[in-house]
Design a binder for this molecule. Sequence first.
Ligand SMILES: [Zn+2]
Ligand SMILES: [Zn+2]
Length: 189
Amino acid sequence: MPSPLSNLVLADFFASRTWSLTRGGLIAAGVVFWLAIGFWTLKDARRRITNPWLIALATLVGLVPPFFGALVYMLFRPPEYLEEVRERELEIKAIEERLGAGRSECPVCQAEVEPSFLVCPVCTTRLKDACPTCRAPLEPIWQMCPHCETPVTRRPAIDLIEALESTLQVPPVQRPRTRRRPARQPPAE
Ligand SMILES: [Zn+2]
Ligand SMILES: [Zn+2]
């Protein structure tokens, strides 16, 4: 319990010039802090918002009610800086360009074709072969389908073998023999 003496001392203190100066100082510090928070809100809003009216509104919210308004602003402000949004957009653009570089064109009509196309949809030129098992488009240099592990047999290779076989099947020496045999047999019987 405060004694009458301490009450008197307290009353003296609050009546004193020291207290009035202290109180003035505290109020001034509070006002400076309040304005600083308002300025911070303005700066922060400018980094996050493009619309000048919304920036003004955010600053107003940051100032009124004092101190508490800034907390409200922090709860509702956009989560990202405009810089970050711009950077991300640039990154996405770069990725798209990188992907676009992989896009090819038809060797015949120069129409833009996607990597998954088997034929050019414009001029019907065959661009790639499909895997015989899973029908996935195969790149010309692939030796095996990466999707189903089917070994790739190239059409030119088959054509070459067929060509070789056809030449081997009809050698000029064998042809007369096969023709002569049936010719000889009927008179023998
Ligand atoms: Zn084409
Ligand atoms: Zn396959």
